[in-house]
Design a protein around this ligand. Structure first.
Ligand code: 5AD
Ligand code: SF4
Length: 430
């Protein structure tokens, strides 16, 4: 039997797209390989949101070239955001002539057809400009308990640093009933946590109250399960969504609300369309409805012209909000974006210094918060068990480990937090 290996870079969106690529390959009769080395087809599902992701792809292509030299019959395909970026497909074709398939974000559902073409001796470079979703393709999900479901694709926001609108196109929402049917089907199959995916879920079908209606419709099925969603743009998160979260057990008490910066001047340059104090008001509104809500965020350091004072505003905001989890990034230039053309790009030493300070600040806050959770009991979905230790998450997205036996795998259990090690919550099942 032929085998495939998919190398996935980037966010949940890409992870889920790889599950769809795997579905197409399974339908074709392929099975999972253990690594690139024993695969008959190797795919790289790429991300170009930051330079680091692109560098990793280029590094891995070096290793894959060696595999192709030893086994020329292996099919190598590169897909996703990176080839979709202007000029990159041509660069890849020149630099890595051993690649058989180069396709962008809009035509991944045609993988089957491209493999047929390669098997009949052709090389494929196909970067469509027309949006075509990976819909109605089989999906091979990595987990039996947690699942991703797309609710929309693309983004209209054009934050000045971000390449996503250029490589994933304008917002397109999926049909309401298609989403409801997919989620119902997953719950009937025993899935316990569904994460709805979109670059900006709060603008689903044009915005409030469509998204809260969708959340309500998804919380009417029988059995214990939870619905999470990401990502929310602070400017579009409306009170009706938070009300549904607060009044409905099946919607998780967790929200990922990226702020990007605490400086109003930088937020304006980023085209984020809110100020730091408007953001804090939203956080206060959410907490007034759901006091124990888990909130996470993304913050970028070193945006063009960011001064020490601007950076300190981000620190100030982090101290005020006290996030459960914070994803920190060094700004990287993306060609074609507005910020790439801005003067006063920040040097790497300053950027590194700022990110290190921010990580340290969040570590200390996370540690204080974690210690304050000792003694609390959380309902945890046990996602993995390794050597008698279960791992899972609470409704408010806290990662928790605990002593577990095999029969709780894929089940909800109550766990009381007993200790904190390296900011990690450890508990016992009760
Ligand atoms: N440089 C660094 N980080 C970026 N992000 C998006 N574009 C860039 C960039 N050019 C970060 C943002 C976003 C997250 C998914 O990636 O913080 O929320
Ligand atoms: Fe990029 Fe902004 Fe859209 Fe998020 S909201 S995908 S950061 S343009």
């Amino acid at each position: 039997m032929k085998k495939f290996f998919i190398n996935t870079y980037g966010c949940q969106m890409n992870v889920h797209e790889s599950e769809k690529l795997a579905g197409i390959l399974y339908k074709r009769g392929y099975i999972h390989a253990r690594s690139n080395d024993d695969a008959d087809i190797i795919l790289l599902n790429t991300c170009c949101i930051r330079e680091t992701a692109e560098t990793r792809v280029l590094g891995n292509l070096g290793m894959i070239k060696k595999i192709k030299e030893k086994r020329p019959e292996v099919i190598v395909g590169i897909c996703g955001c990176m080839p979709q970026k202007s000029g990159t497909a041509d660069m890849l074709k020149k630099r890595c002539p051993f690649i058989d398939i180069i396709i962008g974000t809009y035509n991944m559902s045609k993988l089957d057809f491209y493999i047929d073409a390669v098997e009949s001796g052709r090389k494929i470079v196909d970067i469509w400009e027309n949006e075509q979703e990976m819909e109605n393709v089989p999906i091979y999900r990595d987990s039996k308990f947690t699942a991703y479901v797309n609710i929309m694709y693309g983004c209209n926001n054009f934050c000045s640093y971000c390449i996503v609108p250029y490589v994933r196109g304008r917002e397109r929402s999926r049909d309401f009933n298609d989403i409801v049917n997919e989620v119902r089907d997953l719950i009937e199959k025993g899935y316990k946590e569904i994460t709805l995916l979109g670059q900006n879920v709060n603008s689903y079908k044009g915005g409030s109250p469509e998204f809260s209606k969708l959340l309500k419709a998804l919380s009417n099925f029988d059995g214990e399960y939870r619905i999470k969603f990401m990502t929310s743009h602070p400017k579009d998160l409306t009170e009706d969504v938070v009300e549904v979260m607060a009044s409905n057990d099946k919607i998780a008490n967790y929200i990922h609300l990226p702020v990007q910066s605490g400086s109003d001047r930088i937020l304006k340059l980023m085209n984020r369309k809110y100020t730091a104090s408007e953001y804090i008001e939203k956080i206060n509104m959410i907490r007034s409805y759901i006091p124990n809500v888990g909130i996470s965020s993304d913050i970028m350091v070193g945006f063009p012209s960011e001064t020490e004072d601007d950076y300190l505003r981000s620190e100030e905001l982090v101290k005020k909000v006290r996030y459960n989890n914070l994803f920190t990034f060094i700004y990287s230039r993306r060609s074609g974006t507005v910020a790439d053309k801005m003067n006063d790009q920040i040097d790497i030493k300053t950027k590194t210094d700022r990110i290190e300070r921010l990580i340290k600040l969040q570590f200390d806050i996370g540690n204080e918060l974690a210690k304050s959770f000792i003694g609390n009991t959380y309902r945890v979905l046990c996602e993995h068990i390794n050597d008698g230790i279960g791992y899972g998450k609470s409704s408010c997205d806290k990662s928790i480990s605990f002593n577990a036996n095999a029969n709780v795998l894929g089940e909800f259990v109550n766990v009381r937090i007993t200790e904190v090690k390296n900011n990690k919550l450890i508990g016992v099942m009760i």
